[in-house]
Design a protein around this ligand. Sequence first.
Ligand SMILES: C[S@@+](CC[C@H](N)C(=O)[O-])C[C@H]1O[C@@H](n2cnc3c(N)ncnc32)[C@H](O)[C@@H]1O
Ligand code: SF4
Length: 390
Amino acid sequence: MSHEDRLFGLYVHWPFCKAKCPYCDFNSHVSKQINFPAFQAGMLAEMRHLANRLEQPSRLCSIFFGGGTPSLMPPDLIAAIIAEAEQIFGFSTDIEITAEANPTSVEAAGLASFKSAGVNRVSLGIQALDPAQLHFLGREHSVTEALEALALVQTTFAKVSIDLIYGLPGQTLGSWQMTLQKLLELGLDHLSLYQLTIEAGTLFHTRWRRGDVLTGSDDLVADLFLMTNAIMEEAGLSAYEVSNYARNGHECQHNLNYWQAQDWLGIGPGAHSRFDYWGQRIGLVTRRSPKSWLEMTALNGHAIEVESLETPTGWASEMLMMGLRLKAGVDLDLIERKCGPRKLWLDLERLETHLNAGLVHFIQYQNSERLATTAGGRLLLNSLLADISR
Ligand SMILES: C[S@@+](CC[C@H](N)C(=O)[O-])C[C@H]1O[C@@H](n2cnc3c(N)ncnc32)[C@H](O)[C@@H]1O
Ligand code: SF4
């Protein structure tokens, strides 16, 4: 693959929210006072610094404003970041520029100015279509507000995705099926449907350790997952990744970059960059705390505090781990070209066992033979990966 064929993306992390949701372990904070000009100066400086770390800058295929809650960012800040990115890297003709947004009415109304700033795709965190579930998830918006925000966003942006969380206590196959049917009536081309996970360091984790039941049983969640895949596929939205469903041509380019282990830079507190560099794989991580990220960028022009050079095995396992999330799987020959013979990073005997058990299969995709998980294999992805990687 030439440099031109590779995806190249920029991730911008906005680390603030109106309130902290009890299930969320993202780097997000509630703060009364935010020094926006200092964030702008830090983000632009960090972008310039990272551009100089590349083997060869390419045109950007995607920018992703993630959080936290990027819909709380001032539109001028969004515009300044996009303008600087275009000046430094240039944009591919069909660049995808996504902002994550929370569906409160105020934020939805403000998103029109994000469009003027250059954003062309919005990912709206609806999370649930049931008032009791929204309350359980500690969300700040109602179902009506979320649906109104969605309708507004759909009139403004051609590309819209929504996030929902399932596998909640009390949820049944029937009630989730009804939710999916309602969602399918909304005319969406992309949905992210996540199973609730109890993450360390969250309020839900504390409650779970005390014995509260916060998720459906493993068996029910597995059935919900398989039903979700079947319903979405039937409606023409391919389960192109473990939690992501899209009509053909509407897959999220920015996230495909991660899943295909290509090249991206990340700016802002706690952002990760990963890119190929003269035949090696570099990983960078910036300071996580917003306050010390600001101090560090003011001092050094960047807040990178971890730098790693992957071993061939580490790099191979990144490509396997990310690629097996995709229905289109991963090209083992490509990994061999970068990381050496497969027996060094793949347990071929265990792979054979999982091929025979129908958890993985070889498929033909875009002129290459690829290893991919079946729907059943994606259900057991973590243990499968631990088993086949060396
Ligand atoms: C960075 S967050 C979302 C952006 C936005 N602040 C919001 O809440 O709508 C990205 C998505 O991750 C999902 N998510 C976060 N924590 C999760 C968890 N513990 N289990 C499942 N999904 C989770 C939510 O669906 C959320 O919309
Ligand atoms: S789910 Fe979204 S709004 Fe809630 S704390 Fe996480 S990033 Fe913030």
